[in-house]
Design a protein around this ligand. Structure first.
Ligand code: AMP
Length: 457
C-alpha cells in the first residue's frame, strides 16, 4: 500500500514524501480514510505507531476544503496531556502543512501567555493545546470554539492518569455539539471507554497495537545488578557498547538529577528532564539530545511521555516503574515505526515484585544477562506466567535461591507502592480512589493510580 491510495492531495503527499515515508503505517492506513470521510475515530495506538500523522494528515486535508478561521476562532483542536507532546504534534502539523494556507498554533503552560493570546487573536485552523492553559486562555476571552469542526484527544489514557478529566469535561462543554471527534489512547480501560461514550458517535474503531504488548522490534533484556552498582554498570554498558544516544528512565526527579550528574562526572554527557525543570531547560535538553550534544537523557516517566525521537536506539530503565504499564510506554520510545531498538532494565533484587508484575503484564519472561564484575548479591526470581493464581514459581535458571513464596501472594500493589513515596503526590481523581480494589483485572487497575500530579508538565 502507498500513501497515494488514501485520498490525500498532492501538497500533503509531497510533505509525506519529503519526510521519507514510503508506506503508511497500519494506523495511518486505517485512520486516514476514516477521518477523511468525516467519521469519528477511536484508536488504540501508542506513541511509535505513526498515530500523529494518522490524524494530522487527513485533518489538514479536510481543513483545506473549508473557509479559514476568523478572529479568535479555532477549527480543529488537538488536546494533549503534556507540553512536550503538544510541541511535537505542533511540529508535525507545521511539517506536513508547510505548503498549505492553514494557520496552526500550540499553547501550553510554563511559558508566557501573551504571545499565545496574540496568535489566537488572528484565528487558527489547528490549535494544539494542553488542557490547563487552554482553559486559562478561554477564560481570558482569547479563544472561541464556536466554529470548531474537529476535536482530537491524543493520549487520552495519560490525560486521565494526570488528572485532566475535569478540565477535559469543561472543555467539551464549550464545544459545539456537531463536530468530528478523534480519540487516541494507548489502552482502552473502563475509564477511557466511559469517556469515549460521551465523546465519539458511532466511531470507526482501530486497534494497531495489542493491548499491553511491547513492540517486537525492541530487544528487551534484564541486567540483574545490586542497587548501589547500577550507576557503575550503566557507565560500563555505555562505554563498552559505545552507545551514543541513550534515554534513561528514572523513577524519581532527584534520582534523575543525581544520575545525570554522576554520568557527566564520568565523561558521559548527560541531562535530566523532569517536571521540576523549567520548560526552557527541558526543551534545550531534548534539543541537545536530538543533535547528539548530550549523549544520555535521564527522564522521569511523565517527562518522557510522548517524546518523539526518531529511531531511538537505546532505552535503559535505571529503575523499574511502579506502574507496570509504564514499562510498555517506556519501551515505546524505541524501535518505533519499524526501526529496531534495545531496551535494558537494571534490576536489583528489591525490584523483584515490580519485575514480576511487568513480565505478567507483557506475558513474557525477559532474558537476564549478568555483566561480568557486576554479579548481584541476590539473584532475581523468575516470573511464573501461568494464569493459576497459586501456581508455584518455576525453576529459576539462575538458581537464585530467592523463591521464598512471594510469587504466591496477590500481585496487586498497595496504593502506596503504586504512588511512590506516601503523601508525595495528592490523589487527583477522588472518584477513582475508592473503586480501586474492586476491579479484578490488570486492565481495569491500570488507570487507577491516582498518583500523578495534574500539572507535572
Ligand atoms: P508517532 O507514533 O506519531 O509518535 O510517530 C512515531 C515516529 O514514526 C515518528 O518519528 C514519525 O516521524 C515516524 N513515522 C510516522 N509515520 C511513518 C511512516 N509512514 N513511515 C516511517 N516513519 C513514520
Amino acid at each position: 500500500m502507498s500513501f497515494d491510495s488514501l485520498g490525500l492531495s498532492a501538497p500533503i503527499l509531497s510533505a509525506v514524501a519529503n519526510k521519507g515515508y514510503h508506506t503508511p503505517s497500519p494506523i495511518q492506513a486505517q485512520a486516514i480514510p476514516a477521518v477523511l470521510a468525516g467519521k469519528d475515530v477511536m484508536a488504540a495506538a501508542q506513541t511509535g505507531t505513526g498515530k500523529t500523522a494518522g490524524f494530522t494528515l487527513p485533518l489538514l486535508e479536510n481543513l483545506m476544503q473549508g473557509t479559514k478561521a476568523p478572529r479568535k476562532q479555532v477549527r480543529a483542536l488537538v488536546l494533549t496531556p503534556t507540553r512536550e507532546l503538544a510541541a511535537q504534534v505542533a511540529e508535525s502539523v507545521t511539517t506536513y502543512g508547510s505548503a498549505l494556507p492553514l494557520k496552526s498554533a500550540v499553547v501550553f503552560g510554563g511559558v508566557g501567555i501573551v504571545p499565545q493570546i496574540q496568535q489566537l487573536a488572528r484565528g487558527v485552523d489547528i490549535l494544539v493545546a494542553t488542557p490547563g492553559r487552554l482553559l486559562d486562555l478561554y477564560q481570558q476571552g482569547a479563544v472561541s470554539f464556536k466554529q470548531l469542526e474537529v476535536l482530537v484527544l491524543d493520549e487520552a489514557d495519560r490525560m486521565l492518569d494526570m488528572g485532566f478529566i475535569h478540565d477535559i469535561k469543561k472543555i467539551l462543554a464549550l464545544l459545539p455539539a456537531k463536530r468530528q471527534n478523534l480519540m487516541f489512547s494507548a489502552t482502552f480501560s473502563d475509564d477511557i471507554r466511559a469517556l469515549a461514550k460521551g465523546l465519539v458517535n458511532n466511531p470507526v474503531e482501530i486497534s494497531v497495537t495489542p493491548r499491553n504488548t511491547t513492540a517486537n522490534t525492541v530487544k528487551q533484556w534484564i541486567c540483574p545488578v545490586d542497587k548501589t552498582r547500577k550507576s557503575a554498570v550503566l557507565v560500563q554498558l555505555i562505554n563498552d557498547n559505545n552507545w551514543q544516544q541513550v534515554l534513561v528512565f528514572s523513577r524519581t526527579k532527584h534520582g534523575a538529577n543525581r544520575l545525570a550528574k554522576s554520568l557527566d562526572a564520568k565523561g558521559i554527557t548527560a541531562a535530566a528532564i523532569h517536571g521540576n525543570k523549567s520548560q526552557g531547560a527541558r526543551t534545550k535538553a531534548l534539543a541537545n539530545f536530538k543533535t547528539g550534544e548530550v549523549r544520555v537523557l535521564v527522564a522521569t516517566d511523565i517527562a518522557a511521555r510522548g517524546l518523539d525521537i526518531d529511531q531511538l536506539p537505546q532505552v535503559v530503565n535505571f529503575d523499574l516503574p511502579n506502574v507496570p504499564e509504564d514499562y510498555v510506554h517506556r519501551i515505546g520510545r524505541t524501535g518505533r515505526a519499524g526501526a529496531s531498538g534495545q531496551a535494558v532494565s537494571l534490576v536489583s533484587h528489591e525490584e523483584n515484585k515490580l519485575l514480576r508484575d511487568i513480565e505478567r503484564l507483557i506475558k513474557q519472561n525477559l532474558p537476564r544477562e549478568v555483566i561480568a564484575g557486576f554479579e548481584p548479591t541476590h539473584a532475581l526470581a523468575d516470573t511464573d506466567l501461568s494464569p493459576a493464581k497459586h501456581a508455584k514459581p518455576r525453576n529459576n535458571k539462575q538458581r537464585s535461591g530467592n523463591h521464598n513464596g512471594r510469587a504466591n501472594k496477590p500481585r496487586r500493589q498497595s496504593s502506596e507502592q503504586r504512588s511512590g513515596k506516601p503523601g508525595e503526590n495528592k490523589p487527583n481523581r477522588s472518584k477513582d480512589a475508592s473503586g480501586n480494589n474492586s476491579k479484578p483485572s490488570n486492565q481495569s487497575r491500570r488507570r487507577k493510580p491516582a498518583n500523578r500530579k495534574p500539572a507535572a508538565l
